[in-house]
Design a protein around this ligand. Sequence first.
Ligand code: SF4
Ligand code: SF4
Length: 380
Amino acid sequence: MKYRKLGNTGLSVSEVGFGGEHIDNTPYENVAKVMLTALDQGVNIMDVFMSGPQIRSDMGKAIGDRRADVILQGHIGAVWQNGQYARSRNVSECDLFIKDFLKRFHTDYIDLGMIHFVDSEEDYRDAFESEYIDYVQKLKRDGVIRYVGASSHNAETAIRMISTGLVEVLMFSINPAFDMLPADTVIDDLFNDNTYRENRFAIDPKRAELYRLCEEKGIGITVMKALGAGRLLQEATSPFGVGLTPTQLIHYALERPAVASVLMGAKTPEQMLESLHYVEATLEERDYTVIASGKQSAMQGKCMYCNHCLPCPANIDIASVTKYLDMAKESGVTGTIRAHYEALSAHAGDCIECGSCESNCPFHVKIIENMRETVRIFGI
Ligand code: SF4
Ligand code: SF4
């Protein structure tokens, strides 16, 4: 495993890191196996955006006496309300869940305290123009968090955040599909093969500016969504017309300026090992230039199964519903898909079409339409 400097923090992080999202709702034995597979292969940075008590306790237990080997990235404002993840800027509530984090991870500090999920202007105001930001700074003064980070999917907002001078680490969604020039920006370029060949990759100027600014300011980037929720792995769903490997996508992200670690999700130890193959991969295996010959489209509107759209007043696990919808559309309603869908505690038919999820979704997914389609397909 190679390690990189995380901006100016003085920390060295493994090029391949770990994001805990996909081991949520799996048995403790699996949580431990996946995490120990990562740790034993030299992974030393782990993101915990999840707020659920069980997954936090399980992850804390799995780390056990290896706390000093792990750089924990915890999120300030990821809270648990009525049995669901939710976002909050309420200082008392945030504090409750930071204390909960410390207790369940058997620790008295969080290495990277992330200002959680700031995408829109409103998110920015709620986080940076309120007592929430004072609370974040107090956590740092008190040594509860060692460095202040922030997570975002929006380049403009991320630039605004890092310009405050308060953010030392940025968690950002990076993959070649997200990075590409928006289809409506420079129309002539879209018909020019050389746009991709000569410039290698036409990265959205705002995103390029963000990476450059992070590099200049010494703000290390930890990467989320490097695989585009698995869509970039499949020819059928990749916007490039070819399926890419985790190794190619990790390499792509690591080549952006300021990027220090790519946080890979894994549901099983095998998936973790597949990502860790990057460490020993050849240059040919890492080469992702095949994307330069593919066709262009955007990931906007496609569900990444991240559940940032919660909370839902009908208690619908929107990511899972959408995942089963997508699977049913791709392969038909098999018995397994139906059984998994029916086992959910709330179904698309429970949707009251309040729309709150759509304004929370960073990928502009038409969730209400998806709920209607799910009811048409599954009947509930
Ligand atoms: S609808 Fe949007 S926020 Fe919800 S899981 Fe899908 S991508 Fe994430
Ligand atoms: S629109 Fe439906 S799925 Fe979305 S938050 Fe409201 S009830 Fe939940």
